[in-house]
Design a protein around this ligand. Structure first.
Ligand code: ATP
Ligand code: LTN
Length: 334
């Protein structure tokens, strides 16, 4: 398909630590798959990361690592645009324009804001509250058609759609209304220690999470310790959150259906299944570990990629920002 007819994909991930298996299965893995068919734009969203307290030196390190990680997972900087959000000033500028079309009430309903403000009661800053507006700016600047994310981001995406429609109504058509792209299996990978909670990079318990750079022994050890139930049957069913989560993970990495997994593991114990899940996950992540180690040795290459990515992103997003400025009534200059 000619480049200009391809639909546009945008997604972002925060540099708040090494990615988890949840980030990989729920989001980043889809980023890779979509590169052939779509014009894809991917960003390490460092502006979003500072809505919670960050150590500056660690943030810098995590941002470079996150950039290397998306390339290690398979984002190809020749095919897609991959950049660091703070390098492209149009994001902060569009954020302001959209903030003036977003209501206090709708931001107050965001569950991520409620969760994160409960988690950080000493720092409920304005950025944490307006976080979804910046996310809407990220998406709308590129006339995005599809946004591959995990299911926890659906509410933010709905807000972005509402803000886009409101702006278009107030000022005339400008923004494309984006659709979510959420995987059927693995849209929400749960914690290995509390399978009613989502697996999250910032979980305090390291056994709750598989990090995508964990080595084989660590991965297998964490799966062996995964919380399950007192039953012994490998079956997807209500009340079996732990096993359901392990089946979801196994299915996501091997492509096997739940029926096949139930058949293959009939009569086998949880121990054997946990080991199989650990081995399958470790194998799936092996190339990521190897690519990451290689990329981190070549900082000049990374710098070249993110600098070129930022230039391309700026040139596309500046056009949308200029149109928005004109529509709201700002005076042209130059
Ligand atoms: P943090 O713990 O710092 O809030 P996070 O692990 O939730 O971070 P994000 O950077 O907020 O990760 O999310 C990046 C992408 O990964 C998003 O598309 C999000 O929907 C997806 N994602 C995050 N956690 C999971 C999960 N447990 N299962 C599936 N997808 C997930
Ligand atoms: N809020 C998202 C990260 C994010 C994003 C985006 C995702 C920021 N901007 C634009 C998709 C599109 C999260 O994963 N927590």
């Amino acid at each position: 398909m000619p480049e200009e007819q391809k639909k546009i994909i945008f997604s972002g991930i925060q540099p708040t630590g090494t990615f988890t298996l949840g980030n990989y299965i729920g989001a980043v893995r889809n980023w890779i798959k979509l590169q052939e068919e779509y014009n894809c734009i991917y960003s390490i969203v460092d502006l979003h990361a500072i809505t919670v307290k960050q150590d500056p030196a660690k943030l810098r390190q995590h941002t470079l690592e996150a950039y290397a990680l998306i390339l290690a997972c398979g984002v190809d900087p020749e095919k897609s645009i991959a950049f660091i959000q703070s390098h492209v000033k149009t994001h902060a500028e569009m954020n302001w324009i959209l903030a003036c079309s977003t209501q206090f009430g709708e931001l107050s309903r965001m569950t991520q804001f409620k969760d994160k403000s409960a988690k950080h009661p000493d720092d409920i800053n304005a950025g944490l509250f307006t976080y979804p507006v910046l996310m809407a700016a990220d998406i709308l600047l590129y006339k995005t058609d599809l946004v591959p994310v995990g299911v926890d981001q659906k509410q933010h995406l709905e807000l972005a759609r509402d803000v886009a429609k409101r702006f278009n109504q107030k000022y005339g058509e400008l923004f494309t209304i984006p659709e979510p792209y959420i995987p059927e299996i693995g849209a929400k990978v749960m914690s290995l220690q509390d399978p009613t909670k989502k697996m999250s990079k910032s979980d305090e318990n390291p056994n709750a999470c598989i990090f995508i750079l964990d080595d084989t022994d660590t991965i297998i050890r964490k799966f062996k310790r995964a919380v399950t139930d007192s039953d012994s049957e490998i079956r997807y069913a209500e009340g079996k959150d732990g096993i359901n989560n392990l089946m979801t993970i196994f299915s996501a990495v091997t492509g096997d259906s739940f029926e096949k997994i139930e058949r293959d593991f009939a009569g086998k114990g949880y121990g054997e299944f946990k080991l199989a899940v650990g081995e399958a996950v470790s194998e799936a992540l092996r190339p990521v570990r190897e690519n990451f180690a290689r990329l981190m040795q070549d900082k000049e290459y990374l710098k070249k990629c993110y600098s070129e990515g930022a230039q391309k992103a700026l040139s596309i997003s500046q056009k949308t920002l200029s149109k928005a400025y004109r529509k709201v009534g700002f005076v042209d200059f130059k």
